[in-house]
Design a protein around this ligand. Structure first.
Ligand code: FDA
Ligand code: NAD
Length: 400
């Protein structure tokens, strides 16, 4: 017998939590809404995993960072869902979605049916085993997406005290994890193929500051090459990282951050896709009137730039979820809501630094302020200008 709900949110991450809060605000009757998640815990603020969760002293732990604390709201503890009559169906992986039949099937063989589905499955990590990198399945090679991954990495950091880590990738995960490993007194070497770190956002000037700051903190940086193989010891634990340029690095721990991929596989060919994500309108509705997609998986009209985009950051995952729920509830009353009009915003924190970025990183750039990595209180920024208009702003600073 299928368990039936009026609304099902598939995925229990950031956007699921913010969608649940919006449903509760708009009014949802007990038993109408379910969140189905393969994770064992209620929705939480994922950004904590690469930051405070791995701190050597007083690391953040659940229930401390359940949504919606990340945006200054109240924490939604598991009891909150019970009080609201929202079913949290945890540790349940959906393996088949039939959008025509409006049903979902779990790995355990349960069937769930819905009137309205919100796909909120987020991203999955790209693995080195996906490219057949030799030895990439050795123990102590870590990826970071969910709390379970963070627990395994945390245990390895404790087990390999004062050990050596190689961080593969110079993007978000690479920069945030290198910093937190270093804070744990691990000897860190970052390896990435590009001429500078975080090339999908940073200019050479921004990267110069970060690379200098990291080097001053003792992080080794190897650019312009990639990991092509790993060797392990007799316990199957990683021992060495072989680089394409012929160098071999010792490692007790390897952290890989070579990008993510939106998890759209369950609905592939059942719904329209665009730019690798699920195509939606400005209300996060797909081409099927009873299916919505939010967060990392949605390719939506970014009104400001007049084009369809996908955004893989936490602010958008929260806001897209709220927009979808408002639109669903309004439609039930024959009303409409305003179109999503989003100004992209994302941020990162590492060591005692933080940065924020708003807008689009296209056009000419102007660097301003003090970006000397050796300064006692660096504070700088960059803006992007296109067709005579400022279209993006980056602001980086040292936090006292
Ligand atoms: P999210 O990934 O949060 O949730 C997806 C959920 O779906 C998960 O619970 C998953 O288990 C579940 N799921 C997937 N497939 C399923 C299936 N078949 N069955 C059941 N459940 C399924 N952004 C930012 O702006 N600043 C930051 O500092 C950070 N920091 C950061 C750190 C780390 C470690 C990560 C991984 C990501 C960030 N981000 C970030 C990005 C941000 O966290 C991300 O954009 C949002 O979490 C996306 O929210 P979603 O709800 O779309 O996916
Ligand atoms: P990313 O795309 O930011 O960076 C990937 C990096 O790996 C790039 O520098 C890339 O060139 C490099 N790379 C690719 N192949 C490589 C190889 N074979 N060897 C070495 N380097 C290689 O992706 P990520 O850092 O893995 O982050 C994954 C996801 O997590 C993204 O969705 C991101 O938005 C999210 N995230 C965001 C934040 C934040 O916003 N502060 C923090 C952490 C994670």
């Amino acid at each position: 017998m299928a368990k039936t709900f009026k609304y099902i949110i598939l995925g229990g991450g950031v956007s699921a939590g913010y969608a649940a809060r919006e449903f509760a605000k708009q009014g949802v009757k007990p038993g109408e809404l379910a969140i189905i998640s393969k994770e064992a815990v209620a929705p939480y603020e994922r950004p904590a995993l690469s930051k405070a969760y791995l701190f050597p002293e007083s690391p953040a732990r659940l229930p401390g960072f359940h949504v919606c604390v990340g945006s200054g709201g109240e924490r939604l503890l598991p009891e909150w869902y019970t009080e609201k009559g929202i079913e949290l169906i945890l540790s349940t992986e959906i393996v088949k979605v039939d959008l025509a039949a409006k049903s979902l099937i779990s790995a355990g063989g349960e069937t769930f049916s819905y009137q309205i589905l919100i796909v909120a499955t987020g991203s999955t990590v790209i693995r080195l085993t996906d490219f057949g990198v030799e030895g990439a399945d050795a123990k102590n090679i870590f990826y970071l997406r969910e709390v379970d991954d963070a627990d395994k990495l945390y245990a390895a950091i404790k087990a390999k005290k004062n050990g050596k880590a190689v961080v593969v990738g110079g993007g978000y995960i690479g920069l945030e994890l290198s910093a937190v490993l270093k804070l744990n007194n691990i000897d860190v070497t970052m390896v990435y193929p590009e001429p500078w770190c975080m090339p999908r956002l940073f200019t050479a000037g921004i990267a110069e500051f970060y690379e200098g700051y990291y080097a001053n903190k003792g992080v080794n940086i190897i650019k312009g090459t990639v990991a092509v193989g790993f060797t392990s010891n007799s316990d199957g634990e990683v021992k060495e990282v072989k680089l394409k340029d012929g160098r071999v690095l010792e490692a007790d721990i390897v952290v890989v951050g070579v990008g993510g991929r939106p998890q759209t596989v369950l609905v592939k060919e059942q719904v329209e896709e665009e730019k690798g994500g699920i195509k939606t309108d400005a209300f996060f509705k797909t081409n099927l009137s009873d299916v919505y997609a939010v967060g990392d998986v949605a390719t939506f009209p970014l009104k400001l730039y007049g084009e369809l985009r996908r955004v893989e950051h936490v602010d958008h995952s929260r806001k897209s979820a709220e927009q979808a729920v408002k639109a669903i509830k309004a439609a039930e009353e024959g009303k409409t809501v305003e179109e999503y009009d989003y100004l992209p915003y994302f941020y990162s924190r590492s060591f005692d630094l933080s940065w924020q970025f708003y807008g689009d990183n296209v056009g000419d750039t102007v660097l301003f302020g003090d970006n000397n990595p050796a300064s006692s209180k660096p504070k700088f920024g960059t803006y992007w200008i296109k067709d005579g208009k400022v279209v993006g702003v980056f602001s980086g600073r040292w936090n006292s």
